[in-house]
Write a protein that binds this ligand. Structure first.
Ligand SMILES: NC(=O)c1ccc[n+]([C@@H]2O[C@H](COP(=O)([O-])OP(=O)(O)OC[C@H]3O[C@@H](n4cnc5c(N)ncnc54)[C@H](OP(=O)(O)O)[C@@H]3O)[C@@H](O)[C@H]2O)c1
Length: 266
């Protein structure tokens, strides 16, 4: 597939300075798309852009913005005004874990705002011009957590279930209008988000895969698949989740996490 022809000149990737967003940025650069990367930390953002530019003959634009603020959202919209954005990848996301009632409410609200509200608002905004051009693509980042109950990640799992259903619903709505929608549902991935989040993943059957593998699966699925689950073990877990009643899945999930989560968080 010729990505530039299919989607247009630029891909906008929020959270493009780190982890899965950065790996997707590299993968799309490999396909010849120009990039616009959005994140809060200017230095990390510029470093990511520099690394990508060194490997690929493409344009990389950096937008420093905190998408949790009205000003940040405004900046992201204004600074992208003159670019033809054919592909949207809202990869910026947050995670909080622990016994729900002990978790800080402000942090949990930020998780909902970034993972759900910002994702939905950016999709609504950037879709307008795609619809006029009758072409474009949206790569939403859910998680395996959105496919099954995930005790001690209750709010996070809820936000990812939203993204999964939002994307699947849009997939059918937008297909006749020439817009591709793919929902990426990674399992445990080696990124700063999971590096030090109070869970000893070695005590679970989960094995982290690289963000590069996640990004390759995601970009390969664009325009072809609705849901992309990277990694064999994760695919199996996704398939099992479809056939496991929520009550049983929740109990099994709790048993697994009880062994792995920092006891101070319970
Ligand atoms: N890692 C996993 O195991 C895993 C599994 C399933 C799904 N996911 C999902 O994949 C996505 C990416 O996660 P990741 O693991 O790659 O995380 P990460 O390495 O922590 O990267 C998060 C990115 O989002 C940016 N960001 C955070 N808050 C922001 C804000 N308020 N405004 C603008 N940018 C912001 C960060 O840059 P700044 O800090 O500079 O803003 C960074 O570029 C998330 O949606 C996550 O839920 C991850």
């Amino acid at each position: 597939m010729n990505f530039k022809k299919k989607y247009g000149e630029y891909a906008l990737i929020t959270g493009g300075s780190s982890g899965i967003g950065k790996a997707i940025a590299n993968e799309l650069a490999n396909k010849g798309l120009n990039l616009i990367l959005v994140a809060r930390k200017k230095e990390e953002l510029q470093q990511a852009a520099k690394e990508i530019k060194a490997k690929h003959q493409i344009d990389v634009v950096c937008i420093t913005a905190d998408l949790l603020t009205d000003e940040g959202m405004q900046t992201a919209k204004e600074e992208t005004e003159t670019y033809r954005i054919g592909l949207l990848v809202p990869a910026a996301g947050l995670e909080v874990n622990g016994a729900f009632e002990k978790n800080n409410l402000e942090k949990e609200l930020r998780v909902i705002k970034l993972n759900v509200t910002v994702t939905m608002e950016l999709t609504h905004y950037f879709l307008q011009k795609m619809i006029l051009r009758k072409k474009g693509g949206i790569l939403l980042i859910a998680s395996l957590s959105g496919h099954m109950p995930n005790p001690y990640f209750a709010n996070y799992a809820g936000t990812k279930a939203y993204v999964l259903n939002f994307g699947a619903s849009l997939y059918a709505e937008l297909q006749p209008k020439g817009i591709d929608v793919t929902v990426l549902s990674p399992g445990l991935t080696k990124t700063p988000m999971t590096a030090d989040n109070g869970v000893d993943w070695s005590k679970t059957p989960m094995k982290a895969i690289s963000p590069e593998e996640v990004a390759q699966t995601a970009v390969k699925a664009l325009g072809k698949k609705l849901i992309a689950i990277p990694g064999f073990k994760n695919k199996m877990m996704g398939a099992m989740a479809k056939h496991t009643p929520f009550k049983l899945g929740a109990k099994m999930g709790k048993k697994m996490m009880d062994k792995a989560i920092n006891p101070n968080k319970l």
